[in-house]
Design a protein around this ligand. Structure first.
Ligand code: IPM
Ligand code: MG
Length: 390
């Protein structure tokens, strides 16, 4: 049977998507300029608690942020602003991944600290809305997802530059069931989209005296899109002759990250969206799990900082939310402070987190009642901060 009608409909669907994507290419090319945070008074930090354990761990991170920023807040230079309406119940009420009024409120902030949000998936109790994370990254054009992973005693010091607005994600909710038996999703890589993330990774390496950047693709199989990403990376790499560039396929990279001899060689790793999603969870595991990792979502106008893990609804159902580890949100706060130029505040908070989470560990969370609560951990961080000279 030739499904002429179904194919025609699919073509229309595809045509619309192509138009949207070509428009996006033009927008990237037209380009925003990077915002200068030192000129913003007050600088507004939006706070989104999120779902599940999100509000619990966000609250603890905000306590520490308020302490660190006390002078700036008192002087009216910085404002911490709660942004409600992104919890899953509110999103479902208006059937929008990112309700318009919330998006408008987010756009009034300069940077955002965000707890994890429930991502509905087929078959669970929520309507199958697009992920609010994915939607926010796209709407605010947060094209770089920067995820550091450090385990000093194992010689691991990686920073992942994950492309955040393209790949399998950008049309992840716009795939198409051509017939009952045929489903198609789309992967998108654009030249300016690949170029801006690769360039950011190289610029980071250059600024920090790092001599190596590695790209990760599956260009041997996914030839058009990953091929474009790799080709773009190779082209940009030529502009940085002092930095060694190499490239890996994602499967062998997943293996090499566990290879104790080889993994120390990796430094800056730049990769398309989905590979970045997967490898950064793997990488965070070496550092003590996804609960310990923060993540920066950076665009030229906006930036959002979050934990890399999910909302852990089971912890809430089992009454364990107060035992959730707020370290990820505190690490995200460190990245936020550094991004907006409060470099010494960031260094001080990071030092306190290293002491509390790795070096000293006087208060230990287990996620259960045999361990400390998030609030007790935050108290410990606050006490540690008091002893650390600003
Ligand atoms: C992450 C998360 C998200 C992603 C989910 C929640 C949509 O896993 O930030 O890595 O896949 O990007
Ligand atoms: Mg992930």
């Amino acid at each position: 049977m030739i499904h002429t009608e179904a194919i025609e409909k699919a073509k229309d669907h595809f045509a619309k998507l192509l138009q949207e994507q070509l428009l996006r290419v033009d927008q990237i090319k037209a380009g925003d300029t990077w915002v200068d945070y030192s000129k913003l008074h007050p600088l507004i930090i939006g706070v989104v608690g999120g779902d599940g354990i999100g509000p619990y761990i966000t609250e603890q991170a905000v306590r520490v942020l308020r302490y660190i920023l006390a002078d700036e807040i008192a002087a009216g230079l910085v404002e911490l602003r709660d942004i409600p309406g992104l919890d899953i119940e509110s999103r479902v009420k208006v059937m929008k991944a990112l309700p318009e009024d919330v998006l408008a409120a987010l756009k009034e902030c300069h940077v955002i600290l965000k707890g994890p949000l429930t991502t509905p998936k087929k078959g669970d109790r929520w309507p199958n809305l697009e992920s609010a994370n994915v939607s926010m990254r796209r709407e605010l054009d947060l094209f770089a997802n920067v995820r550091p992973v450090k385990v000093p005693e194992k010689g691991i010091d990686w920073i992942f530059y994950r492309e955040n607005t393209e790949g399998e994600y950008v049309l992840g909710s716009k795939g198409y069931n051509v017939t009952d038996d045929l489903a198609v999703d789309f992967k998108v890589i654009t030249t300016p989209g690949a170029e801006r993330i690769v360039r950011l990774a190289f610029e980071y390496a250059k600024k920090n005296g790092i001599k190596k950047v590695s790209a990760v693709t599956k260009a041997n199989v996914i030839k058009a899109t990953d091929g474009k990403f790799l080709e773009t990376a190779r082209r940009v790499a030529k502009e940085y002759p002092d930095i060694v560039f190499d490239d890996w396929f994602v499967d062998i990279m997943a293996a090499k990250l566990v290879d104790e001899k080889r993994r120390k060689d990796f430094k800056v790793i730049v990769l398309p969206n989905l590979y970045g999603d997967i490898l950064t969870d793997e990488a965070a595991e070496f550092q003590g799990g996804v609960g310990t990792a923060g993540s920066a979502n950076i665009g030229k106008r906006y930036a959002m900082f979050e934990a890399i893990h999910g909302s852990a609804p089971r912890m809430v159902e089992e009454g364990r939310a107060i035992y959730a580890d707020p370290a990820s949100m505190m690490r995200a706060s460190v990245m936020l402070l550094r991004h907006i130029g409060f470099v010494s505040h960031a260094a001080r908070m990071e030092k306190a987190l290293d002491i509390c989470g790795q070096l000293e560990r006087k208060v230990v969370l287990t996620g259960r009642s045999d361990g400390a609560t998030g609030a007790q951990f935050a108290d410990y961080v606050l006490r540690t901060l008091q002893d650390l000279k600003p």
